[in-house]
Design a protein. Sequence first.
Length: 338
Amino acid sequence: MISIEHLISQIEQRQPVLNKAELSAEQRRLSLEGIGNLTMANRQQLSFLANPHYLSSLANTGAGAVLITEEHHKEVPIDTVALIVAVPYLAYASVSQIFARQHSFSGIHPTAVIADSAVIGNKVTIGAFCVIGEQVQIGDRSVLEAHVVIEDNTTIGTDGVIKSQVVIGHDCIIGSHVRLHAGVTIGSEGFGFAPTANPSFTGWERIAQLGRVLIGDHVRIGSQTCIDRGAIDDTVIGNHVIIDNLVQVAHNVRIGDGTAIAAHTGIAGSTTIGKRCIIGGAVGITGHIDITDDVTLSGMTMVTKSITTAGSYSSGTAAMPTANWRRAAVRFRQLGRD
């Protein structure tokens, strides 16, 4: 159970609770056990109104407390505690972390294989069948779930969460407060090959990938995402970057602070992406180009040239009835012959 007082402390790490001083001692002591939507929440749950579209559900909510803006706080039921904030959705995000399930195991599992030269910080959790290589450093309070592999000479900062089946290659540097979800691969070999005279007969000559992956602080990387090590220079992921599931980041890519990347995006080698970019799902970005700060790429956009001006860019074709699409495709091909 979490008290309203505790919730306020968590919310105020990001924004003030505007009516904090008006809450009674009894209201501050009220304890909640979870979060629910406005329609289904009960007296032991917190809810929130982030979209006015759901305003009709507010008057009859059974929630014990509601995160609400100043504009709508008078519509909160009299027996529900209103917590007034500027951005309810951000407040909800902050408090959701308190209610999240905590790790049931702590300490180092006896089946973990840890090199004698590894340096393990204080209060680190290492799950079953993890393998920690030579000269690895793991910062305080980090958690490695089962079957994680950390190769030689890699450094992981404090307060990291590394889910099962993650593999981090040699010599990589991972910052603090980083979350790597199941099946993530960091520092695998980039896709580098030189053609021989006849690849169908003599094949391709592999290029050894000699760089590293450097990941900043407060980074989140989703399940089954792959971030390749650099060929010569490093692959670099900045601070506060969030990456969804099934994303491919090729060798020598650089991603600026605060950028968000949705699932199924593919970024080819040696591309630089600026700060605070938002990249939608299934976006394709060719190699050796630059994308400036504050660019939004809508889903299924194909980027083939550098983008030097901030703004929103799109190229994916929206769905339409098949017959209409076929007629449009014919006209598009005709335009190419003009």
